[in-house]
Design a protein around this ligand. Structure first.
Ligand SMILES: *[C@@H]1O[C@H](CO)[C@@H](O)[C@H](O)[C@H]1NC(C)=O
Ligand SMILES: *[C@@H]1O[C@H](CO)[C@@H](O)[C@H](O)[C@H]1NC(C)=O
Ligand SMILES: *[C@@H]1O[C@H](CO)[C@@H](O)[C@H](O)[C@H]1NC(C)=O
Length: 612
């Protein structure tokens, strides 16, 4: 069995190593606890206790221990431990790599100054992104989808109007709360009708048939505040919102705050960090992109992202379409970029009111046939597209993943990814058991403010305490699969680090959210957007990439919500280094020895809510 559980659990705090005489028997430890209550007992360097699997006791006392160790560290090793300061108030919503004035200074122009340029804004000095003074822990799922705290996001006054586009309506409910339109929430609006309309246009009876028709994942570009995505999620589709960086009223920040999947990304000059043939549907409602700019390169990028037989849905008011179809033949038609979509072998399925739907061809030969051969097919593809320049050629036609979405089957999928079904199911078994253990590790953290008597069972954490999860080194997406199977109400951003085996196509083909990312660079999201960060083997991987663990830990602090958790699984060496770093960031941290004879350790941390 690959279960990593064990009967003995050792909790190690502080810089000092465990001392042998402290391996007291269980009875005396519990007797002491009972005697002294949760107040003192600071003389222990470590506690070793036999506990039942999945049960952790006495966490509150350990918390105090951690604080004491930390204070002691500060007074003793003044040189090694310098408390990192908070950044200025102007950086409360800071996203590195998107500094427009610095990009302009560096010579980027023609819109490229709004693109992601990590090389320009290299961080000189480390500081912790501060939490707004009026920040409040978000409501639990699903209430948090419909109502958020206004102090948690950056909005300008005029964005509180409820007059935006259908997907962009929001209103100030009370002084400090914002409510969103949603079907079963407070306010009814047209998003359900809209989703039905799209289903009908592609020949389905209703939007509940999307999944059967092969539509599993959707890239929602310029998603408003995620309302359409929320509808799709309720139909068991994965809809990821993607929008450009915005300094206020960010669609991505608000969508994530609601507990819906979102990522910063833009059609400017680079490919999105997804492999070709990634999505079953790309959707844009008034997303502000001039699709036929740059000789249609944005449409070619959409073609790259779409699976064969996938759909491109555009909704925008007539006036805008005419304006943006100047590039096509004058007066020919009111259909936007009609000529170009023909070159792309897209088939216009329908137009209704302001909505147009095209279907990408299932026939890879279509591109090379003489009639269409105006856009060449790309040569020498390797599938790794990490912010590469946009191209003028068609991708993916020679891939063995060229399978029409209408023909997908799970058996097919493992085969085309060259993965042995046995390895895959063994991996899932591993994650099932790992998840049970993680969940039991989080329980005492969640309930640490409610002291319980020794021997009491730890209650399970409520299923809806965590919502936005990031697996920083997702491999096959096994943690995501295990979470779904255990019916936790979470979604997972599965990150495949650049340089690791590229399993992102497999992750996306399972209908999960995923992205390629180089962890030597900042992640394209706003501060305080994830509840849990999980990283197995990432520290070791990064050591081989030779980038800074300090940068990584600061980045994790930035994107983690206050009172959010970090679970790092790695070898003892990197874990020890990480532990000493995170305590300097004021995180609570404990190292857990798996005690299965390996030098693997878990580091479980929680970021405190500090608003001063
Ligand atoms: C953006 O860049 C400018 C110019 O380099 C710099 O003065 C400013 O502090 C930067 N802003 C942030 C938030 O880092
Ligand atoms: C998809 O399925 C249809 C109908 O079953 C079949 O005719 C077609 O050949 C399949 N296409 C591919 C690429 O497998
Ligand atoms: C111990 O557990 C870790 C983490 O689950 C696992 O990677 C490792 O292979 C295990 N080692 C042994 C010797 O079983």
């Amino acid at each position: 069995m690959r279960s990593f559980w064990f009967n003995k659990l050792s909790l190690v705090f502080g810089p000092r190593s465990p001392i042998n005489w402290l391996i007291l028997c269980l009875v005396s430890v519990f007797a002491l606890i009972a005697l002294l209550g949760s107040s003192s007992s600071n003389t222990f360097d470590s506690v070793t206790a036999s506990v039942r699997p999945n049960t952790y006791s006495n966490f509150r006392r350990l918390k105090e221990q951690a604080l004491n160790d930390y204070l002691e560290l500060k007074t003793l090793g003044a040189d090694r431990v310098n408390d990192f300061g908070l950044c200025g108030k102007e950086r409360e919503n800071y996203v590195p790599c998107y500094n427009v004035s610095a990009n302009l200074l560096a010579g980027f122009k023609d819109g490229e100054e709004f693109d992601r340029h990590c090389e320009v804004s290299r961080e000189q000095q480390h500081c912790l992104v501060r939490t707004p003074w009026d920040y409040k822990i978000p409501l639990t799922w699903p209430s948090g989808r419909d109502v958020i705290w206004s102090g948690n996001v950056k909005l300008s006054k005029d964005q509180f109007l409820s007059s935006g586009s259908m997907t962009k309506r929001l209103m100030l409910l009370e002084e400090n709360q914002i409510a969103f339109h949603s079907e079963d929430g407070l306010i009814v609006d047209g998003v359900k009708d809209y989703s039905h309309q799209i289903a009908e246009m592609i020949g389905l009876g209703s939007d509940s048939e999307f999944r059967e028709a092969g539509v599993h994942n959707v890239l929602d570009i310029g998603c408003g505040f995620g309302t359409f995505g929320a509808r799709l999620l309720s139909l068991k589709l994965m809809a990821v919102c993607m929008a450009a960086y915005e300094s206020t009223g960010s669609q991505v920040q608000l969508t994530l705050e609601r507990g819906l999947p979102a990522i910063i990304g833009s059609f400017i000059s680079k490919q999105l960090p997804f492999p070709s043939l990634s999505y079953d549907m790309v959707h844009c409602t008034q997303c502000g992109i001039f699709w036929d700019d740059k000789d249609g390169m944005f449409l070619i990028e959409v073609d790259r992202l779409l699976k064969p037989g996938g759909y491109f849905v555009v909704t925008s008011p007539r006036s805008r379409q005419q304006e943006s179809s100047v590039g096509t033949k004058k007066g020919s038609t009111s259909i936007p970029f009609a000529e170009f979509t023909q070159k792309l072998c897209w088939n216009l399925l329908g137009e209704q009111e302001e909505t147009f739907i095209w279907q990408k061809t299932s026939d890879a030969q279509c591109y090379v046939s003489s009639k269409q051969g105006i856009i060449p097919v790309c040569k020498g593809e390797d599938g790794q597209s990490y912010y590469r320049p946009l191209v003028q050629c068609i991708s993916g036609t020679t891939s063995n993943r060229w399978i029409p979405i209408q023909n997908r089957s799970s058996f097919h999928e493992l085969e085309v990814h060259g993965i042995n079904p046995e390895d895959f199911s063994e991996d899932l078994d591993f994650w099932r058991s790992a998840l049970r253990n993680y969940w039991s590790l989080l329980s005492p953290l969640i309930f640490s403010d409610h002291p319980k008597r020794p021997g009491d069972e730890d209650p399970n954490p409520p299923y809806n305490m965590v919502r936005n999860v990031m697996d920083m080194n997702a491999h096959y997406g096994g943690l995501n699969a295990a979470l779904l199977e255990a019916r936790k109400s979470v979604w997972v951003m599965n990150v495949v680090p650049v340089g690791e085996h590229n399993t992102l196509p497999l992750i996306l083909d399972q209908g999960f959210a995923g992205i390629l990312h180089n962890w030597c660079e900042p992640f394209p999201t706003y501060p305080r957007t994830y509840d849990v960060l999980h990283a197995k083997g990432l520290l070791s991987h990064l050591a081989s990439e030779r980038c800074s663990m300090v940068d990584l830990i600061f980045e994790m602090d930035r994107i983690l919500r206050p009172e959010g958790w970090v679970i790092i699984s790695d070898k003892l060496g990197p874990i020890e280094r990480a532990r000493s770093l995170v305590t300097q960031l004021r995180w609570e941290a404990r190292v857990i020895d798996l005690q299965n004879g390996s030098n693997q350790r878990l580091l479980v941390c929680q970021k405190p809510l500090v608003t001063k």
